[in-house]
Write a protein that binds this ligand. Structure first.
Ligand code: PEP
Length: 256
């Protein structure tokens, strides 16, 4: 069985010094869970280099929060997957903050997903509906469009390198989280979309995470929910005790 995957999105928090102190604290609190659970830390770009020298790779892998789709060139301010190759294993692509604040569309996101895979890294493709889309009953439709577009440049030989994160936009950073049953439903529809593109085996094997205001107490519900391969955590990943607690709970549930 595939390991559970816990991804910490630190967003635009921590200077180089603060990130180093925080990692030091996390490394003391988080046990080595690598038999059951992969734990990925995604700090800001500026801190990746120094954290890559400090991180205990028996406990953590590193990820980036974004990248550009071209490998190099005149793209002021951007960082490519080629540049990230020696530092990270994963890259978050299409996070709702990138889609909504930075206007990233499905075409750009598909190019980024392909660039990450082309560079031998694993994209974590984020998809999810807004509050209005949920209220209008359009969740399955939106997920279909985001999944099919996001994976449109991926081949069947590459699909096993991709992770999908279901993150309802209304649940991110709001303190409101989706009911585990509704998340299961949405994740089932994501797997159906993957099945229609890449076949049943790929749809069963692809790792799909839930993300949206998970802060500890309710994590267990998602960890045992059907088809949920674990969690993408924003705000709560900045609290060492809470984050370490979620990792420990995941390991405990997977060890029985
Ligand atoms: C996220 O940033 O992907 C996220 C899920 O954030 P939060 O846990 O704070 O809702």
């Amino acid at each position: 069985m595939a390991k559970k995957l816990i991804v910490a999105n630190w967003k635009m928090h921590f200077t180089v010094g603060e990130a180093s102190l925080y990692l030091h604290k996390l490394q003391e609190k988080v046990a080595n869970t690598r038999k059951t659970t992969e734990v990925v830390l995604c700090p800001n770009m500026l801190t990746l280099q120094s954290l890559s020298l400090q991180v205990d790779r028996r406990k953590f892998r590193l990820g980036a929060q974004n990248c550009y789709f071209q490998d190099e060139g005149a793209f002021t301010g951007e960082v490519s997957a080629t540049m990230l190759r020696s530092l990270v294993d994963y890259v978050i692509i299409g996070h709702s903050e990138r889609r909504h604040i930075f206007n990233e569309d499905n075409k750009l996101i598909a190019q980024k997903v392909q660039a990450v895979v082309r560079n031998g890294l694993q994209p974590i493709l984020c998809v999810g509906e807004t509050r209005q889309e949920r209220a209008d009953g359009d969740t399955a439709h939106v997920l279909h469009d985001q999944v099919t577009a996001g994976l449109s440049n991926i081949t069947s030989a590459e699909i096993n390198h991709v992770v999908i994160a279901y993150e309802p936009v209304w649940a991110i950073g709001t303190g409101e989280f989706d009911k585990a049953d509704d998340a299961v439903q949405a994740i089932r529809s994501i797997r159906k979309n993957v099945e229609s593109m890449f076949g049943k085996k790929a749809s069963q094997e692809i790792r799909v995470l839930y993300g949206g205001s998970v802060n500890g107490d309710e994590a267990g519900g998602y960890l045992v929910a059907e088809g949920v391969d674990a969690l993408l955590i924003g705000g709560a990943s900045l609290k060492a005790d809470v984050f370490a607690g979620i990792v420990a709970r995941t390991h405990e549930l997977e060890s029985v």
